[in-house]
Design a protein around this ligand. Structure first.
Ligand SMILES: Cc1cc2nc3c(=O)[nH]c(=O)nc-3n(C[C@H](O)[C@H](O)[C@H](O)COP(=O)(O)O)c2cc1C
Length: 191
C-alpha cells in the first residue's frame, strides 16, 4: 500500500480540539495518506461509509468531565452498528485529546478510545515519543511536552481561544498523524 486512507473522527465543542484534528490531518497527509476529517456530531451516512473504507481511524475529543465529550460518546455508541458485523476489525486506531488542565484526567479519555478500538478489534497505534519537558534542560516547547504514551494530548487555557492551542501540542498531533500513516503502510498486505 502506498497511499493509506485515514479518517479522523472527532468532536470539538469550542474549536480547540479541531485544531488538533487539523494537525493530525497535516501529519498524515505529509506521510502520503488520503485523509478525511469527520466531525462526529454532524456525521452523515456518506461519512460513515468513509470510515468503513478507511485503513485507520483516529479518534479525537476534548476531555469533558474526565472523559470524552457526550457527542463523542454518542458516536461511539452509534458505532455499535459496525461492531455487530466486526466491520472495523483489523483497522488501525489512534487518538488525541485536549483539556483545560495540564492533566485534566485526559488519560481516561485516551483509555476510553483504546477500549473502543479493542471492542471493534482494531489495532492501537501509540504516540511513539518519549516524554518531553521532564528534565532541567527540557522545555515546554518539546514534542510530547505533557508526557503521554497512548496518544497525543494537549492542554489549552480555558480563557483562550483555538489560536492558543500550544504549538508543541500541535506538533505532537502532527507527529501522531505521520505515525499512523507510516504504520498503515507497514501493516498493509503485500500487493
Ligand atoms: C463540559 C466541560 C467539561 C470539561 N471537563 C474538563 C475536564 O474534565 N478536565 C479538564 O482539564 N478540562 C475540562 N474542560 C475544559 C476543556 O477540556 C477545554 O476547554 C478544551 O479546550 C475544550 O476543547 P474544545 O474547544 O475542542 O471543546 C471541560 C470543559 C467543558 C465545557
Amino acid at each position: 500500500m502506498t497511499n493509506p486512507v485515514i479518517s479522523i473522527a472527532f468532536h470539538s465543542g469550542y474549536g480547540h480540539t479541531a485544531v488538533l484534528a487539523e494537525a493530525v490531518r497535516t501529519g498524515a497527509a505529509e506521510a502520503g495518506a488520503t485523509v478525511h476529517l469527520i466531525p462526529v456530531d454532524t456525521i452523515t451516512d456518506e461519512q460513515w461509509a468513509l470510515l468503513d473504507a478507511s485503513d485507520a481511524i483516529v479518534f479525537g475529543s476534548p476531555t469533558y468531565m474526565g472523559t470524552a465529550s457526550a457527542a463523542f460518546h454518542a458516536f461511539a455508541e452509534a458505532s455499535s452498528k459496525r461492531w455487530f458485523g466486526s466491520e472495523w476489525k483489523d483497522k488501525l486506531a489512534a487518538g488525541f485529546t485536549n483539556s483545560g488542565s495540564k492533566s485534566g484526567d485526559k488519560l481516561n479519555t485516551l483509555q476510553f478510545f483504546t477500549v473502543l478500538a479493542a471492542q471493534h478489534g482494531m489495532h492501537w497505534v501509540n504516540l511513539g515519543l518519549l516524554p518531553g519537558w521532564n528534565s532541567s534542560e527540557a522545555s515546554e516547547h518539546d514534542l510530547n511536552r505533557l508526557g503521554f504514551f497512548l496518544g497525543a494530548a494537549a492542554q489549552t487555557n480555558v480563557d483562550e481561544g483555538p489560536d492558543a492551542v500550544h504549538k508543541a501540542d500541535v506538533a505532537t498531533a502532527e507527529h501522531l498523524g505521520r505515525r499512523v500513516a507510516e504504520t498503515a503502510k507497514r501493516f498493509a498486505p503485500a500487493a
